[in-house]
Design a protein around this ligand. Structure first.
Ligand code: R1P
Length: 300
């Protein structure tokens, strides 16, 4: 384990210039990044990468916090796969800490899994977050002493946050090539701040007041097709990146929230491989402005 001192409480880096949670430094991360939820998915997709330089292996670094970064090339273009784990905060770490150690314009694609709310999303399809994603948040004030009296809503829904149209289209075209046109569709995603309460899952252990959440969501945004936990954070950061980040996401439907069907493990892996190659190809083939210049928003 590394034991180097951390400096800069505003944006912590160690004496080697490594970020605090991902542990990577300049030169180790490419400006094209595939963000995935699990180490298993990352290692599986790393099988499709070539080494960053002839005669070398893939660059691999797992931080003390479990963020694995793998850097190599795809279609001869430098590219990193990063294990993002789950949820808004982890997506935030991956985007902000990678941005801090990379020069030039960046592109992020998230490949994840999701629940489907309605067609065209269906079990086994890849749904590209185009036009984008909304954010569903639990509102703790609604559960406090005055919450009910004030009539505060237990969950809030943001307006749609756009994905990058160029990257989204590239992903749809590559996915149609690999999965067949019927295997891919696009639609508005909803990102929730919990797997359970803010996705309308019910349990007797907690007072979640989410019986009407999915119906309310569809009233708020009738075109919402998928539910997961990271995309809106990625799109929000890209939108606020002062033009330095393009982002999109594709999510494999593994649960149907209407019928309660769940996809089999073998089929999930097949789809992860095909959709993963589509993401890698979309990233590699998307033109980026590599001479964008040093990012000036962080402490590095
Ligand atoms: C929950 O089981 C996790 O699965 C989905 C959700 O967004 C959440 O991260 O995506 P991943 O398969 O990418 O992790």
């Amino acid at each position: 384990p590394r034991k180097t001192d951390i400096s800069d409480a505003n944006f912590p880096v160690d004496s080697e210039g490594r970020t605090y949670h991902l542990g990577t430094r300049r030169g180790e991360v490419a400006n094209r990044i595939l963000s995935v939820g699990s180490e298993k998915r990352a290692l599986m997709l790393a099988e499709y990468l070539q080494p960053p330089a002839p005669g070398r292996g893939l660059f691999m670094l797992e931080s003390s916090r479990g963020f694995l970064t793998i850097t190599g090339r795809y279609l001869d273009v430098p590219l990193s796969i990063i294990v993002t784990h789950m949820g808004l905060a982890n997506a935030d770490f991956v985007v902000r800490e990678s941005r801090a150690v990379v020069d030039g314009e960046m592109a992020f694609i998230r490949l994840g899994t999701c629940g489907a709310l309605q067609p065209p999303a269906r079990l086994g399809s890849l749904v590209v977050a185009d036009p984008g994603a909304i954010l569903i948040r639990r509102n703790p004030d609604a559960f406090g002493p005055e919450g009910e009296a004030l009539g505060l809503p237990p969950y809030t829904f943001s307006q749609p946050i756009p994905s990058d149209p160029v990257l989204s289209l590239a992903l749809q075209l590559e996915a149609a090539r690999l999965l067949g046109p019927e295997g891919v569709c696009s639609g508005l995603n909803a990102t929730a701040d919990s797997f359970y309460c803010s996705q309308g899952r019910r349990t007797a252990w907690f007072d979640d007041r989410n019986e009407n959440l999915l119906a309310d969501l569809l009233t708020h945004q009738p075109s919402t097709v998928t539910l997961e936990m990271e995309t809106a954070q990625l799109l929000d950061l890209a939108r606020c990146s002062r033009g330095s980040i393009r982002a999109s996401a594709g999510v494999i439907v593994l649960a149907d929230r209407q019928s309660n069907d769940f996809l089999g493990a073998e089929r999930i892996e097949q789809l992860e491989r095909l959709a993963g190659q589509a993401c890698l190809a979309a990233l590699a083939r998307t033109q980026l402005e590599d001479a964008w210049g040093a990012h000036n928003g962080s402490g590095t």
